[in-house]
Ligand binder design. Sequence first.
Ligand SMILES: N[C@@H](CCC(=O)N[C@@H](CS)C(=O)NCC(=O)O)C(=O)O
Length: 292
Amino acid sequence: MSVANNHLVFLLSGLPARPLLSMPCVPVSYSPINFSTTHFHALHLRPFNTKTKLLVMATGVQQVLPSPLTSTSPPPSLFDGTTRLYISYTCPYAQRVWITRNCKGLQDKIQLVPIDLKDRPSWYKEKVYPPNKVPALEHNNEVRGESIDLIKYIDSHFEGPSLFPSGPDEKEFAEELISCTDSFYKTVTSSFKGDVNVTEAGTAFDYIETALSKYDDGPFFLGQFSLVDIAYAPFIERFQPFLVEVKDYDIKMGRPKLAAWIEGINSIEGYKITRSDPKVLVESYKKRFLVL
Ligand SMILES: N[C@@H](CCC(=O)N[C@@H](CS)C(=O)NCC(=O)O)C(=O)O
């Protein structure tokens, strides 16, 4: 199945060389706009008690999403030549790799293996990935982890449109932004706790606004959609509704570039299919960050 592939091939052809702006190491954000029930299938289908889920995307394209494997599930036939991407549907790091796989049009080449992290099969740690985390990619008889490494690995080792620039300026800017994702996460989430106000988170989103102003041939960090957008999207997907509900803070307010980025990312089919219900995300973040 092809997800947004034509769209991406069109968008990603040729990244023009432009001067690199200096951007301090800070983060991004995202907001769930235009959510309709069709966007939530990926997570809302899972409660059904079937082996696989048929997901009908907003475009009418269908995709089958497997149910998460649990402690009672047998392992797949490991190292049989099948390329497998082990994920959790709720993990933002795994989501990065899932989006990359979708946007490269690799649904038939990379099999999705969701794991129930709360009821993990013991064979996952023992036989697949000793760090016992997701994501992990089984490919060519090896298992690799770490989401940023994996999105780059998939982009460079598999077919499909390139999602990383080759020009030195864009490359440098892309690497810089990707290296800032952890500090972005820390800066924003530190504002979630207790009575800390959102000023610092606002500063982080301001840097994103600045970064998004560098290229003007599209709404994304490099103009065209790239791995940089993929690195940030799962976190902005979570931050935006949480900040609205808990801090009454709209990250798009006064940030037109960010607002356009959010609209742009929500038009990428390979991302849309991976999104979660914002209500579920907000509840999960409340439990995690607002524990008294
Ligand atoms: N740095 C890793 C983080 C991966 C990670 O923390 N995954 C979480 C789920 S969101 C996990 O597997 N946690 C299980 C555990 O820590 O036991 C990456 O970027 O891939």
